[in-house]
Each structure stands twice: as C-alpha cells, then as structure tokens.
Design a protein around this ligand. Sequence first.
Ligand SMILES: Cc1cc2nc3c(=O)[nH]c(=O)nc-3n(C[C@H](O)[C@H](O)[C@H](O)COP(=O)(O)OP(=O)(O)OC[C@H]3O[C@@H](n4cnc5c(N)ncnc54)[C@H](O)[C@@H]3O)c2cc1C
Ligand code: FES
Length: 339
Amino acid sequence: MSENNTCAIDINGHKTVACRTGLTLFAGLRTQKVFLPTGCGARGVCGQCRVKVVEGETSPPTDNEKGRLKEAELSAGWRLGCQLRLQGDLEIEASSCILHAKEYKTTVASIIPLTYDIRRFSFAPAPGDKVPHRAGQFINFVAKPYGEAKGMTIRCFSFATPASVEDRIDIIVRRTPNGAATTYLFDHLKEGDEATLIGPFGEFRLSDAKAPCIWIAGGSGLSPFVGMLREMLDRGVSDRPVKLFFGAVNERDLYYVGELREFSAKHPWFKYIPALSGGERCEACADYGLITDVVARHISNADQYEAYLCGSPGMIEACIATLGGKGVKRENIYFDRFG
Ligand SMILES: Cc1cc2nc3c(=O)[nH]c(=O)nc-3n(C[C@H](O)[C@H](O)[C@H](O)COP(=O)(O)OP(=O)(O)OC[C@H]3O[C@@H](n4cnc5c(N)ncnc54)[C@H](O)[C@@H]3O)c2cc1C
Ligand code: FES
C-alpha cells in the first residue's frame, strides 16, 4: 500500500490511477474520472460494474455480490466494483471501454414522442466535444435529484445514433411506471436543460462478419438497430441480409413504421417484420402472435445466421430458446437485456 491512505489501481495493465483506500472501487475510480458502467446507481444489483481482480487485497464479497455472481465467478476473482472496498494496490481486468469512457456535459436538443410511452431524447455535447461510439453500445444517463429520488439515479440507454454521428447522442426511452430515471426523463427534463451522460460502454454491436442477421426488438429495444442500419449504409454493406422483427402488443406501440417500410422497399437485403400480440389487426403489420412464434414461422435452417436481440429479459430468454431450435449457434446470439 502507498502512503497517505492511497492505493494504486492497475487497469488491464494499460493505466494506473491512485485512489483513496476505504472507498469502493467504483467511487475511487470516479474520483480519477475513470468510469465503471452502472445500471443501478451503484446499489449492487445490476452487475454492470463487474471487474476481475487479478492481484491485491480487497474487502470480502458482500451479500449483493454473492447474490449477483456465481460461486465459480467469485473464486475466479470476479467482483462488483460498487461493492468492493479498496484496501491496497490492485490489478484489475475490466472491459476496455472504461479506458475510453468520458463524462459529457450536454444540452437537451430535442425530445420527440414516438408512441404514448416511448420518446427519443437528443443530447448535444459541448461544442467541439465528440462522442466516439458504435451503435449497440450504451451510455449512462445521470438524473438530477428530484422529488423522492434523492440518491444517485444512473441508468443505461442504448445509442440510437450510428458511429458516424459523433456530435449528437440519441436515445430511445420507454417510460417505466414509477421508474426513477424514466420519470425524470419524461416529467422533469426539458429541451434546453443540461444533462450529464457517461460512456460509451458495452460490447453489443454488429459484427463485421458477412453472416445473414436476425434482429429482434421489443419496445425501446429498436434503438440500437436504428443506429446499426445507418452504420450498414455508411459502410456500404448491401450483401448482408437482415430480418428485423419488432414485437409489440397493440398498434399504438409501433413506431418508425413508415421509415422502416420505406427503407425495406429501397433495400432488398432488409426485411422488416412488425408483429402484434394483443389481438388487434393493423395495416402495417406483417404477422401476429407472440414474437417467438412469428420468428419461428419466418426462419428455417438458421445455422448460418447471427442473431441480435434487444428488449425485456423475458423476451430475450424466450427468443434464445426459439433461435436455438432453429439452429442458430449459441455463440452467434448477441443481446442486451433492458432490465
Ligand atoms: C445495457 C442496457 C441498455 C438499455 N437500453 C435501454 C434503452 O435504450 N431504452 C430504454 O428504455 N431502456 C433501456 N435500458 C433499461 C434502462 O436502463 C432502465 O432500466 C429502465 O429505463 C428503467 O429505469 P427506471 O429508473 O425508470 O426504473 P427503476 O426505478 O430502475 O425501476 C425499475 C423497477 O421497475 C420494475 N419495472 C420494470 N418495468 C416495469 C413495468 N413496465 N411496469 C412496472 N414495473 C416495472 C422493475 O422490476 C424494477 O424493479 C437498458 C438497460 C441496459 C442494461
Ligand atoms: S453498479 Fe450495479 S451492481 Fe454495481
């Protein structure tokens, strides 16, 4: 351990920062502007802040860590950065994103309703500030204290903007009833307000392979696919078939229908399949029923496919099972659980 109650944290053998002992790793790194991602405001429940301790003394795992990490993971050194208290020098392995993630002071440029409970929020970074990222990655939105929500309210939102757009951050957000961050976004945040975002984080992004793709989205899970489509256009990719399934309950839950239909009319490699499960019929819909049944009807012999899924944890688990049954290899299924 170094003097003055500080310790040295070595990250991936690439960067070393000095932190105060007694702080959590999450809090200590923040004092040095190194950001671990969080989906729970550092309460030990989301698992986004996980790191592997390769060398060094730490506090013992908390109950939250024992609940979130498997025994084998704990034995291998995996910990939650928001729970682990610093006792001395540490060597950790973490996603390389944290070496590049930055805090952005932005202004809310626009708030556009897409459905009755989904809005697109656009944030403009300070002039000259760029936000390098890939569609599919996510950013941490930091809500200011309001009403009863006085603690640190930070949540993950996927970029809807492609890599080519670095001077704007678009996110598509669905309101969670009584949700701390989405209530702030929907009821308190106004155009022209300042907002803090931290990132980018995450490994979810379209691979550079040529494999045909199945994309499955529910609710605000369409967000990364909007950015990915733009990235394919930007990179001139037109030989990679994509089937985008969008699962919704009723017609009022659909958005970007006109844009996606127009896009599929212009680009034969792209097929858009919106489906309703609530019993309503609508002109825009390509099919009806549970999204898993719809996918099963439209896909056969999918062993060459890559699949990308975004939405609720339940939808993702069910779709992984369906895709497995159609021959998609587990290692070719990528997803972000919005929950
Ligand atoms: C990698 C990643 C990317 C994400 N990207 C996006 C995105 O692009 N867009 C987006 O909208 N969200 C996204 N999310 C989810 C988002 O981070 C928040 O979890 C979500 O917006 C809820 O936050 P909140 O603070 O409003 O709710 P919280 O205060 O965190 O409340 C959530 C609580 O409400 C419960 N709950 C959840 N849904 C409902 C519901 N419908 N009705 C009642 N209770 C409910 C949960 O069980 C939980 O207890 C993403 C999550 C992850 C992990
Ligand atoms: S930040 Fe959520 S578990 Fe650590």
